[in-house]
Write a protein of this length. Structure first.
Length: 256
């Protein structure tokens, strides 16, 4: 169950429990009630304004971050053998598959050794520089190019790999609703959760964000994301205490 509340101008969800395929994300008057698909679709005007903001901000971001992108690429190459950049198939709006761009944070050909598995907290495949890039989220800066191309948005659900999408669709209630919008460079789940938050809880954050979409809320989430970047919280501490844990707020469930 999760409830919306306002604090400092941004809607904040409260996740009271996670959910799986055979349960619901929220209840109404004590009875389970699924979220209707149509309620997740933003208006045409909002969609156009959001895309325009994505183009302008990603272009400005690529220009302003060019020196940092160059510096990171050099450091990655010097730290371990292999290319500076890494691309991988991910899923975005309408379950379209695209190639996402990131700085390489693992040893070259890591999946040739272990296969396609999720990274763990002390994954030996992660390089020294890779740990720093992951902790500060700087490994995701190249995704500004994905935003400019239209594969992603600045704010939205985290882009997931096709193999995991099929798995989560079978396990997590309404997981497929995440694909009504573009995947995001940052988002509600990324800010209020962390990398190892349960997928059902991440999905609840994502669906709540889509349900309550507004450009102002996107701006607030981007500001919070910048705060996370400058805090540079170490991974182990982030696992124990997420950077932005939403406080408990009583309020009505989001379903009508």
């Amino acid at each position: 169950m999760y409830f919306p509340a306002k604090k400092a101008g941004i809607l904040q969800p409260q996740i009271q429990h996670t959910s799986c395929k055979h349960s619901t994300l929220h209840r109404t008057a004590g009875h389970p009630k699924p979220i209707q698909s149509g309620s997740f679709c933003p208006s045409l005007v909002s969609a156009v304004l959001k895309r325009l903001a994505d183009i302008l901000c990603s272009t400005a971001g690529l220009i302003l971050c060019a020196p940092l992108l160059f510096l990171c690429s050099i450091i990655v190459r010097l730290d371990s053998p292999g290319p500076a950049f890494y691309s991988q198939e991910r899923v975005t709006r309408n379950e379209k598959v695209f190639r996402i761009y990131k700085f390489r944070t693992m040893i070259h050909h890591a999946e040739a050794i272990t296969g396609g598995v999720l990274a763990s907290a002390d994954d030996p495949r992660i390089t020294r520089v890779g740990k720093v890039l992951r902790n500060t989220h700087l490994d995701e800066l190249p995704q500004l190019l994905n935003v400019l191309k239209g594969d992603m948005s600045l704010v939205g659900p985290r882009p997931e790999r096709p193999m995991f999408v099929e798995k989560y669709k079978a396990e997590v209630n309404q997981y497929e609703q995440r694909f009504l919008v573009r995947a995001g460079l940052t988002g509600m789940a990324q800010v209020y959760g962390h990398y190892y938050t349960e997928i059902s809880e991440k999905t609840a954050y994502d669906l709540w964000y889509i349900k309550h979409f507004s450009l102002w809320q996107d701006i607030k989430l981007i500001i919070l994301t910048v705060k996370v970047l400058f805090e540079g919280k170490p991974l182990q501490r982030a696992l124990e205490n997420p950077v932005h844990s939403p406080p408990e707020f009583p309020g009505p469930p989001i379903a009508k």
